[in-house]
Design a protein around this ligand. Structure first.
Ligand code: HEM
Length: 161
């Protein structure tokens, strides 16, 4: 396989996983969240628990990690970021570094903040605090802010910046 074919394949998979990761978070925040909160408390709790079981967050972590890994490969082995000078001395290099930091930041935030918050929230719901599901929203908004940052970087790199 030549360089161009490899770049096409890696970009194809990278973008597919990226839209799964980003799009899944948009869907959770703006469609699934409001739908869960419109249900009666008993159903809210059951759905919230089944959505936040160990598997669902794991799917996002795997998808996110693959997106980042392919972004690293696409930028370095299959891209122009091959020296420290390029990384820190060009617009593209700096944009790529910012994308990497945002990507790792989102992954860390969801692993260490959003996912661990779900069990205490489920317990508060079980204890009758019907509004507690709302506490996930600001956590998801932080992730979305990161995604908008990454997404901006992707567009900038497309134009060589
Ligand atoms: C949610 C996360 C991400 C999404 C949705 C995403 C999406 C995209 C899209 C749509 C493109 C194609 C741009 C084009 O060619 O027109 C792209 C390219 C690229 N992405 Fe990402 N990406 C994400 C995360 C990352 C991360 C974290 C990195 C760095 C580690 C990265 C590195 C790259 C690179 C180097 C390119 C090629 C840019 C070029 O030279 O044209 N991506 N990404």
């Amino acid at each position: 396989m030549n360089m161009l074919s490899l770049q096409i394949v890696v970009t194809w998979v990278h973008v597919l996983f990226g839209i799964f990761w980003f799009g899944g978070t948009l869907y959770a925040t703006f469609i699934l969240g409001p739908a869960v909160m419109s249900l009666p408390p008993q159903s809210q709790l059951a759905l919230f628990r089944s959505l936040m079981n160990r598997k669902a967050p794991l799917v996002f972590e795997v998808v996110g990690s693959i997106t980042i890994l392919l972004g690293i490969i696409r930028g370095t082995l299959l891209g122009p970021v091959q020296t420290l000078g390029f990384l820190l001395g060009t617009a593209y290099g700096i944009t790529w570094a910012i994308a990497l930091l945002f990507g790792l930041g989102i992954l860390a935030w969801s692993h260490f903040v959003t996912t661990p918050a779900s069990e205490p929230i489920a317990q508060a719901m079980a204890a009758g605090d019907t509004a507690s599901a709302r506490r996930v929203i600001p956590l998801l908004l932080v992730e979305l802010a990161g995604f908008f940052g990454v997404f901006t970087c992707m567009i900038l790199m497309r134009f060589g910046l």
